[in-house]
Design a binder for this molecule. Sequence first.
Ligand code: HEM
Length: 406
Amino acid sequence: MHILLWFKRRFIPDMDHFVQSEIASRLDEAIAAGEHFPTTGIIRVAHSASPVVPTFQSNVEDLINDLPPGSALTPVDFEAFVHRTMASAMIQLILGKDYLSPDNIKRVEKIAVEVATLGGIFQNMSWFARTFPRVWRIATWLRVFLYSIPINFILGIGHEVYHQLGQIDAYDKEGHRDSDGGTAFTWARKYVDHSQGQIGVLDRLWILTVVLGMIFASVHQTAVVMVWIAFELAKRPEDVKLIREEMDREGMSMRYASLRRFEYLDSFIREVMRTKGDTLSTVRMTTMDVPLGGYIIPSGSFVIPLATQSHESELFHGKKAREFIGDRWVGQEKPASMLSPSYWPFGLGRWACPGRTLAVAEIKVLMLLLLQRTDFTLEGDDYKVVDPLTVTSVAPEGILLFRRCA
Ligand code: HEM
């Protein structure tokens, strides 16, 4: 973490600005303006430049085509499916359609997991890493910085992005629309030095660093949370029934505004995020001695609060705080992306996750498409939490079995 503080430029605020200005403020463009479609049958998408719905639709279609005909339940590697799906959608959203290729999808999946590894997210899971943390950290940094990032990012995608950033003015004059070039190139325009007519070398390298961070932030955690939501849906057929009734009622438009009407599904997502446990990613460092709960936290300390202390607190959530109640939030005007001291799976305050509205919308789109076309259940009707301290970064383990809807 300390390394980020060495940068003169501000990495996290720049990523934050990127998401706020290019993605969160234009969610309908990012998601897709879909037309209404019946609960079974083909989905039509009106706005082909929008990456999320068409990509999710075509990946769900592939998943269904791989299932055998009939009613046999078939295991699907769901974690790989959601990573692939998120990587495809985010490549298009961040870099543009020209970058979408099977090789780039694999590279982005790999980069997302490698940056997660670099952040120590998987450290708990390895005996070697727990026993020799320093050696593990040095070996991991060397592997990721000297091998994975150069091979998968710099040689794979980075040099093309670097080249395109150098052409950005010429690109504008050719009359390409923003959505063709990806949000990274729209955002990068603020770096054009108009006296030179170009983006300078250092700025281009900086933009690449921010793009790398964005790929990690937008792919990995959302994919992992999709696994959580699908596993919980598979365990709770009574909630699935209510969500399907809502799908019939609402008519299944895929516009961002329409997605917000899926109140039951939203409540279910919020309840999964509230009850799933801790993720040590909301971190703060004290810049002065801070009094807290009768103690003084010295300046320069990392503070990592445990979300479960708020999420399972009876003070906030009543006697049934530890129970999973799928419709707990229906009619409460508390959507899954709305944070407060009683609910902060996306962090809290000034540095809360700027991508949370996109993430929740993406989770909704995928779950609606899956519930529309498939039935799914969990082998053994259960899953295993692999690491209770990093639940939104490490997917739970379980096998989802799918069949086409009758
Ligand atoms: C379900 C999926 C996601 C989860 C659980 C999640 C969670 C988080 C958390 C806990 C933080 C730290 C917040 C804090 O310190 O208060 C964070 C920060 C961040 N997230 Fe997300 N996130 C998700 C999806 C996304 C997506 C889709 C994007 C981008 C499109 C994104 C972009 C970011 C960025 C840029 C930051 C740094 C923000 C800052 O510190 O100002 N996240 N996220």
